[in-house]
Design a binder for this molecule. Structure first.
Ligand SMILES: O=C(O)c1ccccc1N[C@@H]1O[C@H](COP(=O)(O)O)[C@@H](O)[C@H]1O
Length: 222
């Protein structure tokens, strides 16, 4: 069975990048949401994208970004995918895809069964779906809050497009999350940090090792 693909979101420094590469993650997320402790400037992100090895998928995360903001991001650096993590409509997802010619991953917040219809709706237009915990109403961030949702809601689901599981994942719970949901792709931000925005190389290594052990049964040799 194919190996689990891990995305580590909120990469800010060369040390973060080195830790992710050493841990053999498949994706990095560069966070362009100004209110996030994981925010990177265009210049910081540009340097990281150029330092990233070939084959590592570089995702730009935005929240309800307008065209001018997206134009600046896409022109400044080579990204492989855009992650829309706000209230973007299906029409806006299609518009962003057409405007930039990049694959788009749409985040959908899930708290109960009723939220799953949106996963189907967005799977008609997006290239991937990020199934995340729904943020609390008063939250400053629409994601990256370290909150999990009831994984049984998405257990063994199949959708039209590839999907990633996110929300409150940690080195301690990622194996159980994969076993329960059969997710093939996993996303983490705060669960591999020592403080908000501060990635921890040991936690990144422990997280990817736990994820890669699942299903494939054999960890990647370093
Ligand atoms: O991480 C952030 O700060 C963030 C800000 C705004 C939108 C999304 C954000 N993060 C995304 O949310 C998931 C889950 O985060 P966590 O693991 O629960 O902390 C994260 O992987 C990002 O894709």
């Amino acid at each position: 069975m194919a190996e689990i693909r891990v995305k580590v979101c909120g990469i800010r420094t060369d040390a973060d990048l080195a830790a992710v590469v050493a841990a053999k993650a498949a994706y990095i997320g560069l966070n362009f949401f100004p209110k996030s402790p994981r925010f990177v400037t265009l210049e910081e992100a540009r340097l990281l994208t150029h330092a990233a090895p070939e084959g590592l998928c570089k995702i730009g995360l935005v929240v309800d970004a307008d065209d001018a903001t997206l134009d600046a991001i896409v022109e400044a650096m080579p990204l492989d995918m855009l992650q829309l993590h706000g209230k973007e409509s299906p029409d806006r997802v299609a518009e962003v895809k057409a405007r930039y010619g990049l694959p788009v991953m749409k985040a959908v917040g899930v708290a109960d069964e009723g939220d799953l219809a949106a996963v189907f709706d967005y799977s008609l237009v997006a290239d991937q779906i990020l199934v995340d915990a729904k943020a609390p109403k008063d939250a400053v961030l629409p994601g990256g809050n370290g909150l999990a949702f009831d994984w049984r809601l998405v257990a063994q689901r199949r959708w039209l497009k590839p999907w990633m599981l996110a929300g409150g994942l940690t080195p301690a719970n990622v194996a159980e999350a994969i076993r329960l949901t059969n997710a093939r792709q996993i996303d983490v931000a705060s669960g591999v940090e020592s403080a908000p925005g501060q990635k921890d190389a040991a936690k990144i290594a422990a997280f990817t090792k736990a994820a890669h052990m699942e299903k494939g049964g054999v960890p990647i040799l370093r």
